[in-house]
Design a protein around this ligand. Structure first.
Ligand code: HMG
Ligand code: MG
Length: 311
């Protein structure tokens, strides 16, 4: 298998990155973040969630965020939609893609969306049908595909089962998500290969949280089996409110640096993403979790100090 020469990065910072923030992030900061990401060249940005505000208060202003962003032709703005109510909100807000999100673990499904896996699929069916009817792109996300914070081990067969159900619902893309970042490369390859036996490899994505520092290795392992879509979060922001201790997604800056260094194209301007990572980290008062972001910001600051000293 040769490595892909183009990789699609789905920027999930505005959703996965911010959803776990305790203090409300002002709507204008979310809008500025998405606008900066748009300018950096992303073709897909996960912009909002249309979920219960009681469950995830931080995402309550999704409609407002989506109304105020400046959209670029060629960029898809996605939204999480757990049920028909969420779907209607997302469509009214002009989402280009809706995301149904299930799990390969029964325990996580209950904690995150308050129902069993089978019930979740039944809830997703009308959402999927409505998306198809309107010609809206449909993505399916599978949490805990590499392990669960409540039940531990998750068998590959459980992941494959949800992949098959999401395919039957008509998903255009399916995410294999390592919610708590416990996966390691050989296992990731096993899961990706098994998923690819049920669903088109070029429409499978890797969504890796970096809790155990495995995410870049897992992306490389996935590239080796031909996966060419990855999710990442600027400055490594984030965590799941229903997976305690899980840290953010792999930092977008780190993924771009690795891919570009390997000669793999993304169409995204790394320097612009580093500046965006600096902006959002400062705006929400968090340390920047991107190694590449920190390294480049330090290098640029040193170069600017040296230039000032020479004047
Ligand atoms: P429920 O309590 O079982 O729902 O929650 P319900 O249908 O009984 O409704 C209860 C109340 O919620 C009602 O309001 C509904 O109107 C309201 P009330 O009558 O009490 O005032 N409600 C809604 N409000 C707004 N938008 C909606 C909506 N639906 C119901 N769409 C539900 C079930 C799914 C709604 C809830 O569990 C929920 O919202 N969960 C969301 C959890 C979430 O967003 N988690 C984080 C995202 S997933 C993630 O991060 C993982 C991922 O990144 C991949 C990975 O890393 O693994 C994607
Ligand atoms: Mg996630």
């Amino acid at each position: 298998m040769t490595m892909p020469n183009y990789v699609k990065i789905v920027e999930v910072g505005p959703r996965d990155g911010l959803q776990n923030e305790k203090a409300m992030v002002p709507t204008e900061v979310k809008v500025a973040l998405i606008n900066q990401l748009t300018d950096a060249g992303f073709v897909n940005i996960e912009a909002a969630s249309f979920v219960s505000p009681k469950w995830v208060p931080q995402m309550a202003d999704g409609a407002d965020v989506m109304a105020r962003i400046q959209r670029r032709a060629g960029t898809l703005y996605s939204a999480l939609t757990p049920n028909l109510k969420g779907f209607e909100g997302a469509i009214a807000a002009g989402a280009d893609e809706v995301v149904i999100f299930g799990a390969a673990s029964e325990a996580f499904s209950q904690k995150n969306i308050n129902c069993s896996i089978a019930e979740s699929i039944a809830r997703f069916a009308p959402v999927a049908a409505a998306a198809k009817e309107r010609g809206v792109r449909l993505r399916g996300s599978i949490s805990c595909a590499l392990g669960c914070p409540y039940q531990g081990e998750v068998p590959v067969s459980a992941v494959v089962d949800v992949v098959r159900r999401m395919r039957e619902l008509g998903c255009d893309e399916i995410d294999i998500a390592d919610t708590i970042g416990v996966g390691t490369p050989v296992r990731v390859q096993e899961v990706m290969r098994a998923a690819a036996a049920e669903f088109a490899l070029d429409r499978l994505s890797g969504h890796f949280h970096d809790t155990y520092g495995q995410a870049l290795s897992n992306i490389l392992a996935s590239l080796e089996v031909g996966v060419a879509i990855f999710h990442a979060s600027v400055a490594g922001l984030g965590g799941c409110p229903y997976a305690k201790g899980a840290t953010g997604n792999v930092a977008t800056e780190d993924v771009l640096y690795m891919l570009h260094g390997m000669g793999i194209h993304t169409g995204i301007d790394l320097e612009a993403v580093v500046r965006t990572g600096d902006y959002i980290s400062q705006a929400i008062g968090r340390a920047n979790s991107s190694r590449v972001g920190r390294a480049l910001l330090t290098k640029w600051a040193a170069a600017s100090d040296a230039a000032t000293a020479c004047v």
